[in-house]
Design a protein around this ligand. Structure first.
Ligand code: PMT
Length: 401
């Protein structure tokens, strides 16, 4: 979460979804942001300013009632204080005013004065949302660089079914974080692999490993937050798909091989954080294997090495980042993998380091580069390591240009 220490100016306008802005205020504060709430007078018909004052710890400013000598100063100072300016829910009326520069209340005057990134979350009846005039106004705002969070579809308060619902709080928070994040990966296509593979012995049992998918999912989430078009090829995990990420589910190493290679040529960066099974049972029994009197021996067949194949097929300008999970001789084994698999970078992590490896929210890694230099990263969150990996790949890409 990158909202800590940021000031969010949250404008609540008059629709039934105004009540959801209370939860947004609360979650933003939990994330460490300061929240300053502005309301239109019609929003106060749906929810009381006191709710927002209690949740934000700041006075909620309501236009008409704030027309006093301090008003002029207040709208400019709030406009300047904002790291990000959010209108949620945004009615068709406030969207129309914003598109045409009309400033006739506290919300719209402050909006006109701010230089902060602006996030607009429309919420209204489907007919109003689909109306060409509303769509044209939204297009005008998009073209001006406003961040529009598309409404969700479903049953609306008016009884209609269609687009127009204010999305849930996590979607709004993601949109706000994205507006605050430099889009330095915009235009990049990034493929990430994550999680374990499962190699079936029979319909009931499989061989696998302890990967939770957290490392790969963190890379996919951060790349998408930074503006990349991200495809996540994922083995079986319990994790939710990160926002704005296209996820392709696979089970076995052979399935991962096919899913990755079918998409590899279109990618600018490929990051292989998955723990791929090196072997699979040579045969998968069609029915559950029954236990006999003695031991069971199973023949294992070698799985294809996806990373090595990607290294052979790499096109000019494409960057390939592998991982190495070791329990001994970490750097030596990792350097060997980097070279053998023709990677540009390799992230080496060891099960022996506390806070590193499978299942944790943190990792400790050494980054190895094709030119031979190495960089040791201290214990950090998988999210921070993901950003560091993406930073290094981006820097390599601009060096190559
Ligand atoms: O998922 P988490 O719980 O968050 O744990 C993260 C992690 C430990 C899984 C991750 O940080 C990690 O180290 N991933 C790679 C694990 C691994 O399989 O390492 P390896 O040394 O066996 O493989 C080396 C590289 O070759 C990896 O990029 C792997 O994706 C790739 N590989 C391996 C075998 C194979 N058949 N095909 C491959 O592409």
């Amino acid at each position: 979460m990158h909202l800590a220490g940021k000031t969010v100016v949250l404008c609540v306008t008059g629709g039934i979804a105004a009540y959801k802005a209370a939860d947004l205020t609360s979650k933003l504060r939990h994330a460490g942001a300061a929240v300053r709430v502005l309301m239109t007078e019609s929003a106060t018909q749906f929810i009381s300013p006191m709710t927002f004052e209690t949740l934000s710890g700041n006075r909620a400013v309501v236009d008409t009632f704030d027309r006093n000598f301090a008003w002029e100063v207040e709208h400019i100072s709030l406009a300047k204080a904002a790291d990000v300016f959010v209108i949620a829910p945004a009615t068709a009326n406030v969207i129309a005013k914003a598109a045409h520069g009309i400033a006739d209340d506290m919300v719209t005057t402050t909006l006109l004065a701010t230089r902060a990134p602006v996030v607009i979350a429309p919420a209204m009846n489907t007919g109003m949302y689909d109306n060409p005039v509303t769509q044209q106004n939204l297009q005008t705002l998009r073209a001006r660089g406003f961040h529009i969070i598309d409404p969700a579809a479903g049953r609306l308060a008016c009884g209609d079914t269609g687009r127009g619902k204010l999305p849930d709080t996590p979607v709004l928070i993601h949109g706000i974080e994205k507006a605050l994040t430099p889009q330095d990966l915009r235009g990049q296509r990034v493929l990430v692999t994550a999680g374990p593979t499962q190699e079936a012995m029979d319909p009931v049992r499989f061989l696998s490993n302890h990967s939770s998918g957290k490392m790969g999912y963190a890379i996919a989430a951060r790349a998408a937050m930074r503006g990349a078009a991200v495809t996540l090829v994922s083995g079986p995990t319990a994790l939710e798909t990160p926002a704005d990420v296209t996820r392709v589910d696979v089970v076995s190493a052979l399935e991962m091989h096919d899913a990755v290679l079918a998409r590899a040529d279109q990618q600018d960066m490929i990051i292989k954080a998955a723990a791929v099974g090196d072997y699979r049972p040579a045969e998968t029994a069609p029915e559950k294997l029954k236990k006999g009197a003695g031991d069971l021996t199973i023949a294992l067949a070698r799985n294809p090495d996806i990373l090595a194949e990607l290294g052979r097929r790499k096109h000019p300008g494409q960057l390939l980042c592998g991982f190495a999970m070791e329990t001994q001789n970490l750097l030596q084994n990792a350097a060997d993998k980097l070279q053998r698999k023709n990677c540009d970078m390799l992230v080496a992590n060891s099960l022996r380091d506390k806070g590193a490896g499978f299942g944790t929210d943190t990792n400790v890694a050494t980054l190895l580069f094709a030119d031979g230099h190495q960089e040791s990263e201290p214990l950090m969150s998988k999210e921070s390591l993901a950003d560091t990996i993406l930073d290094r790949l981006l820097a390599m890409q601009s060096e190559h240009k």
